[in-house]
Design a protein around this ligand. Sequence first.
Ligand code: GLC
Length: 467
Amino acid sequence: MDPTRQHDPRAWRATALLLFVVGLCACRGDKSPPAGESRPPAAATTAAAVVEAPGDTAIKAQPPTVPNAAEAKKHAGSKLKYYSEPLGVGAELDKVMVKQFQQDTGIEVTIIPRPKDATETYAVYQRLFQAQSGDVDVMMLDVIWPGAFAQNLVDLNEKLGEAAKQHIESIVRNNTVGGKLVAMPWFTDFGLLYYRTDLLGKYGYEKPPETWDELEQMAKKIQDGERASNPNFLGFVWQGKAYEGLTCNALEWIASHGGGAIIEDGKITVNNPGAQKALARAKGWVGSISSAGVTSYEEEDARNTFQGGNAAFMRNWPYAYAAGNADKSPIKGKFGAGPLPHEPGQKSSGTVGGWQLAVSKFSPNKDAAIEFVRYMTSPEAQKFRATAGSFIPTIPSVQQDPDVVKSLPFLANAKDIALVPRPSNSTGARYNEASIAFFQGVSQVLQGKEPKAVLGQVEQRLTRALR
Ligand code: GLC
């Protein structure tokens, strides 16, 4: 159950507790190459407005000024390349914060949107590091990658060790490899069920579904009713493309069916009756309460559909909350977010996600890069990102800030979620390979294969990969 290398599962339970005690990461058209293709990384750009889903607007709120400006100004004139949020609200926030940083420090930052898909981003980073490229200074790092990329990243301990003490300890430990702090925590994530409160009322439901059976029945009834006026309406949207996002979704289905967490305490447990049942269920959604096209959906595809008013339920990360409530969003004030469904007797599960900021060992501008990371991960920046974009802060005191608590109301009813880490702890640098074996298997099931046979093959692939 431990998400992180070398660490104690209790740490994640503590994170969960912390999150909940306080009151409690896109779309088609991306130019990035698929994983494994050897095209050069995405071209540098100064990011034009990247507004995607219906009602998305540019961020109007003012970002905080740079608290470390005096130190950062010593590096004025340096030019940084930053592999940033690719799309949507996150990209908008990056844009305004980069502008503020440039203004306050004289350090120039070129935004390079990373591929929207985490698996593709991993492949791009691998190529950059293999080439010992100086073409990236600062990069977004998924919570599952510190172990895989540690040797290519700067130890931030000396300059940011003190600042890191403010962050959730288990995430700092996740980002510490062989004593080196290879990345600063930026935001944390877990899977949520989004539901249309207006449609629940219209079809006679008092509350969102608690079990998967309830979700299926409600999604079907609402879909049937809404299709009379909107033929494109869908019951349930989620991330079904064969990539890291599918690993996250499938882990939630399996854990909430009592099927465990793929690999637990170093043991491959992926092939079991709970997991088979969970995948058989998800297979049944394709072409019924979800479109056949859901098998090519990423986060932003699901958000586009839901935010456009074309779905009753959605599985997504917290960022979709602020976006859905933007002024011009068609679903503003008409939806809620809370725990995902579970089987009777099991718990709601939420896969642990989140991103860090790291500095490449091959950066020619390490000191300026570190000052940029210091700003972007500062309490002021985390509060700004939480209130403007519903990104969950990794600093407990910021989570408790009343404005933040107000901006993330879904945390209050999320206390019953069992946070499920992906097995990057036990697999280390092999995590990506293991995840690919898993999501490719899940994808085959969604395309029609029988779960039991496929999970047997996944088990064999994992055994070979982790030998
Ligand atoms: C989100 C999560 C990240 C995960 C990704 C999968 O960005 O924060 O941890 O790997 O989604 O699509």
